[in-house]
Design a protein around this ligand. Structure first.
Ligand code: ZN
Length: 334
């Protein structure tokens, strides 16, 4: 297994502190009232990390219960809306529409900052692993920019956008993309499957892993980025982590549950890293803002009284030991 540590420009999972996220959350709070008043439609689910049924309440946020699995440590929204309801929420809610509108206003530099690392990662793996032009399937595509760059820069024999989340932005995707809005199998299989920041938003992520195992060709690749509850930020801050909300963090799988599911689906993990670089900074500011509410004496001391050198050492330690909240995994189909 290769353990890549990429310190460059990977804060995309950590945009929680910005103006954008505050605007999104304000709308989200109201959307949740409008869309999810009737909780009788919610489903109680087993742990999305391991299928376990021994669950305990971790915390509540925005009117949703987050449960912790006693078997694998994953944290997830339970009960939860089903996939049809979530799809409609993602399509038409004010918060999600706001998110897409704001993204359209980003500069080329900002877009490259968000998507460049994934483009580069894909490019390196393609050079390393495929001699002829592979097929690429992107689950939950939310960025026309990413699809356009993939089309322009990669030698691919086909690009499939599976269950895209582009909605009113779909016309900005390049022509030639094959859109596949519904779950179905691909008879000839796919060489590369990507799911960037999608696992944490899925109604049923176990369904995705099973699908990927069935539809990825032998020696093909599965590339994921997601957030994990095993990371420092979520371990220390819990529900006080500003970027936890029931829509974008429906599933916070533990690192162990993530890797177990990928292996169970027939893949070998070839790269696993937690390359986030802002965990310490995020936890420092969150604890400073919530002094007295978050009772963690050791971290309170370290993050309040120690200096930059200690903070940098801690962030390096988190990366080296895969304890950052943002995880990146590449796996090869056996
Ligand atoms: Zn579990």
């Amino acid at each position: 297994m290769r353990s890549a540590i990429n310190l460059e420009h990977l804060e995309s999972s950590n945009l929680g502190a910005g103006r954008f996220y505050r605007g999104y959350v304000e709308l989200l709070v109201q959307d949740i009232v409008n869309y999810f008043q009737d909780r009788t439609l919610f489903q109680k689910v087993p742990c999305p990390g391991c299928g376990g049924l021994e669950l305990t309440l971790a915390y509540e946020k925005m009117g949703f219960a987050f449960e912790r699995c006693l078997g694998c440590g994953s944290i997830f929204v339970n009960p939860r809306p089903d996939e049809v309801v979530l799809d409609e929420f993602n399509r038409s809610s004010s918060a999600c529409r706001y998110g897409r509108r704001e993204t359209l206003g980003l500069t080329e530099i900002q877009l490259n900052h968000l998507h460049g690392p994934n483009i580069q990662w894909l490019s390196e793996l393609m050079d390393e692993r495929f001699e002829v032009s592979p097929t690429l399937l992107d689950y939950g595509s939310s960025s026309p920019y990413f699809l356009n760059r993939a089309m322009d820069e990669f030698s691919l024999s086909a690009i499939v956008s599976f269950r895209p989340q582009l909605f009113e932005c779909q016309s900005l995707a390049p022509s030639g993309i094959i859109f596949m809005p519904e779950w179905r199998d691909i008879p000839d299989g796919i060489d590369m499957i990507t799911a960037f920041h999608s696992i944490e938003r899925m109604a049923d992520c176990r369904k995705f892993f099973t699908w990927a195992g069935k539809n990825c060709r032998k020696n093909g690749l599965l590339l994921l980025t997601t957030t994990t509850c095993s990371g420092f930020e979520y371990q220390v801050l819990g529900e006080h982590a500003s970027n936890i909300n029931p829509i974008n963090r429906m599933n916070l799988l533990s690192l162990e549950a993530l890797t177990d599911q990928i292996v169970a689906a027939g893949f070998e993990i070839v790269e696993l890293s937690t390359p986030g670089r802002l965990d310490v900074e995020i936890v420092r500011s969150a604890m400073a803002a919530a002094r007295g509410k978050i009772v963690e004496p050791f971290w309170e001391y370290l993050l309040h009284f120690r200096d930059e050198q200690t903070f940098n050492n801690l962030q390096t330690f988190l990366q080296m030991n895969r304890l950052s909240s943002f995880v990146r995994i590449a796996a090869c189909k056996l």
